[in-house]
Structures are given as structure tokens and as C-alpha cells.
Design a protein around this ligand. Structure first.
Ligand SMILES: Cc1cc2nc3c(=O)[nH]c(=O)nc-3n(C[C@H](O)[C@H](O)[C@H](O)COP(=O)(O)O)c2cc1C
Length: 404
């Protein structure tokens, strides 16, 4: 079937940092829990998954990769993942670095580029990770940490994610411990450079550790990392500065998930793991403006419209909701990636009207390894199978067909 509208600008070249992209379609970061259960390192199957989605001059962003044992969710209270038997990946052991090197090599062999998403999950990481043989006895500081000792509530806050046990109470990081957490990020960034990644992305979105500092619904600190917006943004900016120092100009990206409120109801369109800010508009504006001070490769903004968790792709009507991040995008002076609920047509419109420079696709790219080619040619897309999003096997991971 031919494309209904000209797909031209999605296929215009674009420069990010030192690299020239040949199209604007990016693989969104997606945790797929296919790491080796013993080593938390990527397997050959993981390298195959990313190489299938690589294209000449196309940018892929990895799943969230955990910077340290303390940063790592066990997912053992996250029923959907536990039933799938999957494991998240890390980047703190030599074996993990070697595993990621095979992934970057496979992507580069196809002419693609790859960014490494670094995550500290903060209070979303559960202390059960301490039982993992790789972590037990490592002396890693456990249980989980956050800006303040405030746990997610199983109902409402974490309920959408099907947590079936109460989340553990995190320990509030001491002021003089924050430099240690930042050095965990920079060590992981050094490891990422060694593993051959083209970019490093700080996952500062979705209610994980950085967001737990930004949001005053969680952050109750009275030191220089809490209270005013300037103080709550401090951890973000110090971490970004440290990552730029390690990786260099034009090699660091940041993901943020602003939570603007519906002007009618006053309620945010979307919240993540219970991360709420009383001053969300001003907070995320300040964060975005502050990021202009750094020579970033890109800023990725999550549109607050990720739709439902239904197993039926057709039930997800997120793409019908308008874009809400314009106020933030306009404040950012660099390259901006939009993500969340895009279709090929709405992605094209968003690039044409200047809402975003690049568009990241999650579920559609997961199910369509050759998504850029399919969009270019206006071909139909495979349906995604949510039941295999997380888990341990090749099914729903590396077996989606390319176009005939
Ligand atoms: C299976 C799955 C895992 C995800 N894991 C991550 C992740 O590790 N890091 C992240 O920043 N976002 C993650 N996301 C969110 C996606 O990056 C993206 O924002 C979301 O899928 C919405 O985009 P889409 O409508 O194109 O699917 C995940 C999404 C899915 C479906």
C-alpha cells in the first residue's frame, strides 16, 4: 500500500553530535529483560535484537541499563516481569561491558548508531536484588535509596504497573553520599565508552532516581538537594555535568518526562511511579532551561499520553491525544526527540511542524525490526504482542518478521 502522505522530512538527514543521521526514526529505550540471568549481561540474542533494528544512519537507544547493584530493580514484585522470567541488564562488571561491546559492534556493522541509556531506579529498585549471586557479598550499599525515605504506594502510584507487593521503604541518601552515586554514573559512562557506544543517555524520567530528586512529592530534603526548584534540579545538573566530562561534548543525551496538568481538571495527564511535583510546569521548564548550559547531543521528552496497558494494540488511543510538551521543547535550544504514542503519520506531522527533530518509536519498533523502511514505503505494520514484552525468550523478541 503506498504512503498516504509524502514521508519526506522523516527521511531528511540530521546531525546529532558528531554523527550524521540518515533519517529521523529512533528506537525508543525499552526494557526487554532478556539479559543473562547469572551475569546480567546481554546475550547474543540481545545483540541480534538490536542489529535487526539497526539501519544505516539510524539511531537506536538501548533499554535502561543499570549503573550499579543499588540501581537495579529486581522486578520480583513486578508480576508481569516475574512471570516472564526475564532479567534486566547492568554495566558495572567486565562481563557486562564485554556483552554490550558485542551489541554495539553488531549495530555498527549495519551502519547504525547506538545510545546507552543509564538508569538508577532509586526507590523503584527493590532490595531483593541483594539476593542475586552477583550482588550478594559485593558490599554494595543496599537496600534501595532515594532522595527521601518515601515508598511507592501499591495502590494507585505503582498499581498501574501491576506491583503485587508493597514496595520497600528506601533510605534517604546522605548529602555526602550523592557524590558517590554520581561517580557510579560516571563509572558506568566510562564503561559505556569502552563498550563502544556512540552516545550516553541519562534516564532522568519516569519516576526513577533523578525524577525522585526533581519532584517535591517525593523529595523532602532540607539540604542543597531539596526544597527550592533550583535545589531539586541540582542532582540532575551535577550528574549531567559529570557525564559530559566523561563522554565529551555532543555525546550525552537526557530523557525527561514532564507532567503538565490538564487545565480543566488541574490533574497531570500522566504520572510515573508516583512521582508528583506541586510545581510541575515550572519545575520541568527550569530543568529544560538549565540543560541548555550543557553541550548535549539531545533531549528526549516523553509525551504524557502513553496509553493504557491493554494487550490489544487497537485499544491504545494515545496517538489521538495532542502533543503537550511544546512549552518545554520551545525552551530547549538543541536537538529534541519526541516519544510516546506516535504513528508514522503523526511522527511526520510533528517533524514537519517543528515540534520535534527526531521521533522515537517504542512498541511499533519492537514489533517491526525494519520500521524505517516500512514507514518510507508506507507498508503495513506488524501488531505487537504485549504478552512477550518482558520475558526471557526469543518469542516476541527476535522473531518479528521483516517485510516480505
Ligand atoms: C516494553 C517496554 C519497555 C520500556 N522500557 C523503557 C526503558 O527501559 N526506558 C525508558 O526510558 N522507557 C521505556 N519504555 C517507554 C518507551 O521508551 C516509550 O516511551 C513508550 O513505549 C511509548 O512510546 P510508544 O507509544 O512508541 O510505544 C518502555 C516501553 C515499553 C513498551
Amino acid at each position: 500500500m503506498p504512503a498516504l502522505i509524502p514521508q519526506r522530512s522523516l527521511f531528511d538527514e540530521f546531525t546529532v553530535g558528531q554523527h550524521r543521521l540518515q533519517h529521523r526514526i529512533v528506537l525508543a529505550p525499552m526494557t526487554r529483560t532478556r539479559a543473562d540471568p547469572a551475569t546480567l549481561a546481554p546475550t547474543p540474542e540481545v545483540a541480534l535484537y538490536y542489529s535487526q533494528r539497526a539501519s544505516p544512519g539510524g539511531l537506536l537507544i538501548t533499554e535502561a541499563i543499570h549503573i550499579s547493584p543499588e540501581a537495579t530493580p529486581t522486578w520480583n514484585i513486578y508480576a508481569a516481569v516475574r512471570e516472564g522470567g526475564g532479567t534486566v541488564s547492568g554495566l558495572w562488571t567486565p562481563q557486562q561491558v564485554a556483552g554490550w561491546r558485542t551489541v554495539t559492534a553488531a549495530v555498527h556493522a549495519r551502519g547504525g548508531l547506538i545510545s546507552c541509556q543509564l538508569l538508577h531506579a532509586g526507590r523503584v529498585a527493590q532490595p531483593g536484588i541483594g539476593e542475586h549471586p552477583l550482588v550478594a557479598g559485593s558490599g554494595a550499599p543496599l537496600p534501595s535509596v532515594s532522595s527521601s525515605a518515601s515508598a511507592m504506594l501499591p495502590e494507585g502510584e505503582a498499581g498501574d504497573y501491576h506491583w503485587d507487593q508493597p514496595a520497600a521503604l528506601p533510605r534517604a541518601l546522605e548529602t555526602d553520599e550523592i557524590a558517590r552515586v554520581i561517580s557510579d554514573y560516571t563509572q558506568a559512562a566510562r564503561n559505556a565508552v569502552q563498550a563502544g557506544f556512540d552516545f550516553i543517555e541519562l534516564h532522568a524520567a519516569h519516576g526513577y532516581l533523578v525524577d525522585q530528586f526533581l519532584c517535591d512529592g517525593i523529595n523532602r530534603r532540607t539540604d542543597r538537594y531539596g526544597g527550592s526548584r533550583e535545589n531539586r534540579c541540582r542532582f540532575l545538573f551535577e550528574t549531567v555535568a559529570a557525564l559530559v566530562e566523561v563522554a565529551g561534548a555532543g555525546r550525552v543525551g537526557v530523557r525527561l518526562s514532564p507532567t503538565p496538568a490538564d487545565p480543566v481538571t488541574g490533574r497531570p495527564y500522566q504520572t510515573y511511579f508516583g512521582a508528583l511535583a506541586s510545581d510541575a510546569d515550572a519545575l520541568y521548564q527550569q530543568a529544560v532551561v538549565g540543560l541548555n548550559a550543557f553541550p548535549l547531543a539531545y533531549l528526549m521528552l516523553t509525551e504524557p499520553r502513553v496509553g493504557g496497558l491493554s494487550v490489544e494494540p487497537e485499544a491504545d488511543q494515545a496517538h489521538r491525544h495532542p502533543l503537550r510538551n511544546r512549552q518545554y521543547r520551545e525552551l530547549f535550544q538543541g536537538t529534541c526527540i519526541g516519544v510516546g504514542g506516535f504513528t508514522p503519520v503523526s511522527a511526520q506531522l510533528a517533524v514537519d511542524e517543528g515540534s520535534y527533530d527526531l521521533i522515537a518509536f517504542g512498541r511499533q519498533f519492537l514489533a517491526n525490526p525494519d520500521l524505517p523502511e516500512r514507514i518510507r514505503e508506507g507498508l503495513p505494520l506488524n501488531r505487537y504482542d504485549r504478552t512477550t514484552f518482558y520475558g526471557g525468550g526469543a518469542k516476541g523478541y527476535t522473531d518479528y518478521p521483516t517485510r516480505q
